[in-house]
Design a protein around this ligand. Structure first.
Ligand code: ASP
Ligand code: MG
Length: 428
């Protein structure tokens, strides 16, 4: 008998039928003799709808009230799920984040978990109940207010519960079958991975993969929680995310293949590129530019500085950042143009970022050459390049991104034999 934490995303509990299907799945796990703790997201698009409503009554809703509002979404799904389980003849009890002991800092809208004290959950488990916890929410002891963990935060709730309860596995259910070598809607030949390392998963998630949230994977790696990403709509094994020193559960086997050099290809259309033209090529200018941007609150990703033209003594610096943050960054830079002394600003929101991720890159040469050659054969122009120890990223035209992902996927030998099944899902 094991203790299993299961997380169901919004698309898995979108309506009454789905809630009953999830309830059955939970009951089946219980029937198999396991203790079950469930973290559940708000039904379907509830969180977006609540955000929209808030926006209609106030231009900038008060963060405290916004958390109060958003946390109600998960209350609905958790209570309905518990009721559905009751009607199948099993004991289930739902708990809000604060009842579950999900203690966070005081940052509304992006709270960090600082402690988990699942006393009531343990009591309920000891009494034989299935435990249902509202995802995405917590409680701050100083302000005594409800907080939320940031969009997609239910993954983190599940992992934190698994860590605090010392669960055997944290199963994260969504409408996709697991972690793929690429987004199957972009690369139809994408294959499901049976295992991915936590460090690879973090790079994939940071560079556009949406199945798991970065903070949840980080938390799992730090606390030694085994994540199993799988589908609500099939009973097949999904993908295990292994942190350092972790092993697959008994009876599970990974691919028998040798560890591939590249685990996957991630794509991201959410970034824009800003080029600062004619920056005086003297010490301190990059520092000035990025200090201004940091103060604006924008998060810079890739940076490229060109060689300066000898004739002018000026250079261009380009960087990428989330599209949603370009306006504030542009405004901040324009405000300091005279002081910094650059000539012009160019904004480009038609870019796509492609990243190739694999722990095997550390020990293999020629990985980047394969990427560049595949793009060159397809006539796709590279605009920026950046690398980390286990990742190579390039910026291309947004319109070229899907084609680029397909040729690169093929070039690294990642293609599956047949097209991946997509349940028309969002991955959440
Ligand atoms: N309901 C929240 C959201 O949509 C949390 C979650 O789904 O994980 O972001
Ligand atoms: Mg959601």
């Amino acid at each position: 008998m094991a203790l299993i934490v299961q997380k169901y995303g919004g698309s898995s509990v979108a309506d009454a039928e789905s809630i009953k299907r999830v309830a059955k799945r939970i009951v089946d796990t219980r029937r198999a003799g396991h203790d079950v703790v469930v973290a559940v997201s708000a039904m379907g698009d509830t969180t977006d709808e609540l955000l929209d409503l808030a926006g209609q009554v106030a231009p900038i809703p008060a963060p405290r009230e916004l958390d109060m509002l958003l946390s109600s979404g998960e209350r609905i799904s958790m209570a309905l799920l518990a009721m559905a389980i009751h009607s199948m003849g099993f004991e289930a009890r739902s708990f809000t984040g604060s009842q579950a002991g999900m203690i966070t800092d005081a940052t509304h809208g992006a709270a960090r978990i600082v402690d988990v004290t699942p006393i009531r959950l343990r009591e309920a488990l000891d009494e034989g109940a299935i435990v249902i916890v509202a995802g995405f929410q917590g409680f701050n002891r100083d302000t005594r207010d409800i907080t939320t963990l940031g969009r997609g935060g239910s993954d983190t709730t599940a992992v934190a519960l698994a860590a605090a309860l010392d669960a055997d596995v944290c199963e994260i259910y969504s409408d996709v079958d697991g972690i793929f070598t690429a987004d199957p809607r972009v690369v139809p030949k994408a294959r499901k991975l049976s295992v991915v390392s936590a460090e690879e998963m973090l790079e994939l998630a940071a560079n556009g993969a949406k199945v798991l949230y970065i903070r949840a994977v980080e938390y799992a790696r730090r606390h030694g929680v085994l994540i199993h990403s799988r589908s609500t709509f099939s009973s097949g094994v999904g993908t295990y995310v292994l942190g350092p020193g972790m092993t697959l559960p008994d009876g599970e086997e990974g691919d028998n293949m040798e560890e591939p050099i590249v685990a996957g290809v991630a794509t991201d259309l959410s970034q824009a590129k800003i080029t600062v033209i004619g920056v005086p090529d003297v010490p301190g200018k990059a520092a000035e530019i990025f200090k201004v941007i940091a103060k604006s609150g924008a998060n810079v990703d890739m940076i490229v500085q060109n060689v300066s033209a000898a004739a002018t003594g000026r250079t261009d610096i380009s960087f990428t950042l989330p599209k949603t943050e370009s306006a504030i960054a542009l405004k901040a830079l324009a405000g300091d143009q005279a002081e910094i002394g650059f000539q012009n600003l160019v904004h480009d929101d038609q870019i796509g970022k492609l990243s190739v991720v694999g722990a095997g890159m550390r020990t293999h040469s020629g990985v980047s050459a394969t990427l560049f050659e595949a793009l060159s054969i397809s006539g796709i122009n590279i605009e920026m390049i950046s690398t980390s120890e286990i990742r190579i990223s390039v910026v291309v035209r947004g319109d070229d991104l899907a084609a680029a992902a397909r040729v690169v996927h093929t070039a690294y030998g990642l293609d599956g034999d047949s097209d991946a099944v997509v349940h028309a899902g969002t991955g959440r």
